[in-house]
Write a new protein. Structure first.
Length: 94
């Protein structure tokens, strides 16, 4: 755990797995569509990202996220977000 987080979280009894590396995508949403930098991911987290994007861009990103995920991968969205018309390509967990 990074030194700045030591003492802030008690992970002794929390069932989670730490990953070796986390890639953070920065830049405009247009770059995300034009040249997606990911594939075969376990998790795509865009919590509270989609609510800031136009509907047309959201409709392009959702299938792209599905393509990027492994078959057993997860797309993590915020409470105000959803997959819209693409409910048939995702299973919903709450």
């Amino acid at each position: 755990m990074p030194a700045e987080l030591n003492g802030r979280f008690d992970l002794n009894n929390v069932p989670l797995a730490l990953v070796e590396r986390v890639d953070v995508l920065t830049g405009g949403a247009g770059a995300l569509i034009a040249d997606p930098p990911f594939s075969r991911l376990d998790l795509v987290s865009c919590r509270n990202l989609l609510i800031y994007l136009e509907s047309d861009l959201q409709k392009k990103l959702i299938p792209l996220f599905r393509y990027a995920l492994r078959d057993d991968g997860f797309l993590f969205l915020g409470n105000s977000e959803g997959v819209g018309a693409y409910r048939d390509i995702f299973s919903i967990y709450d």
